[in-house]
Design a protein around this ligand. Structure first.
Ligand SMILES: Nc1ncnc2c1ncn2[C@@H]1O[C@H](COP(=O)(O)OP(=O)(O)OP(=O)(O)O)[C@@H](O)[C@H]1O
Ligand SMILES: [Mg+2]
Length: 221
């Protein structure tokens, strides 16, 4: 069993959207997946409860910072666990980092938003120095359709020594529609551009998770 957390201290950056779509995307790729909602707001739990006809991943709420102690027991029997992170919840975030093999950091494509993830990146790196895990990568979230990543956002991303997934989400109404129905964008319209985005994020996530190379400070391990 491997654990992927979707974390960022910043509210509204797309954690739950990416966590729910990724969990469902991984399931559609053939993995058995449990989704853990670590946010007291319970948005992922609401998503899980919004429909009963499609066999989307089971969602359990674990919003205490003892998550890392319980995750292997709770996730037992699944190939993958996806943790939806909480904003402004440092202890939860630290616990999720400890639980994780891979931390995905959704960032909206603005330099300020990217820089504000510095504390999180430092926490991940500190943990990795001690235990060799987790891996980490940025995921660009809510990019405006038809635009390229602004030069300053690109520079901000490059100022961190973390990979950036090729897959990203663009700002599209279908993400909000799928959320309201407890589905992924792939369920709603498998030929949509958003579905293509989620498939790419899923593929990139599996590739990083299964690669032997963890990029740390420009070196390989
Ligand atoms: N790519 C997107 N296109 C359109 N709407 C989006 C997209 N990503 C997120 N949203 C919408 O933006 C809002 C915030 O997104 P989301 O809930 O995923 O962020 P979050 O980081 O989980 O927030 P919080 O910190 O409050 O948990 C939601 O209403 C969501 O539907
Ligand atoms: Mg959320």
């Amino acid at each position: 069993m491997k654990v992927i957390s979707v974390l960022n201290e910043k509210g509204g950056c797309g954690k739950t959207t990416i966590a729910t779509n990724l969990a469902r995307g991984l399931q559609l790729a053939g993995e058995s997946v449990l989704l853990i909602d670590s946010d007291v707001q319970g948005s992922a739990r609401d998503w899980g409860a919004a429909q009963e006809t499609v066999d989307t991943p089971v969602v359990v709420g674990m919003d205490r910072p003892t998550l890392h102690e319980d995750v292997s027991r709770v996730g037992e029997g699944n190939d993958l666990v996806v943790i939806d992170g909480a904003a402004r919840a440092e202890k939860m975030q630290t616990s999720a980092i400890k639980a994780s093999d891979l931390v995905l950091i959704p960032v909206q494509p603005s330099a300020y938003d990217i820089w504000s993830s510095e504390t999180l990146v430092e926490l991940v790196e500190a943990r990795r120095e001690v235990t060799g895990r987790p891996k980490a990568a940025f995921v660009v979230s809510r990019q405006i359709v038809g635009t390229n990543l602004a030069a300053e956002a690109q520079e901000a991303l490059e100022s961190f020594d973390l990979p950036v997934l090729e897959g990203r989400t663009s700002q599209r109404v279908i993400y909000a529609e799928a959320a309201a129905q407890g589905l992924s964008v792939v369920d709603l319209d498998s030929s949509s551009k958003a579905a293509g985005e989620v498939r790419q994020i899923t593929e990139d996530t599996l590739e990083i998770l299964n690669s032997q190379i963890a990029k740390t400070n420009g070196t390989t391990q």
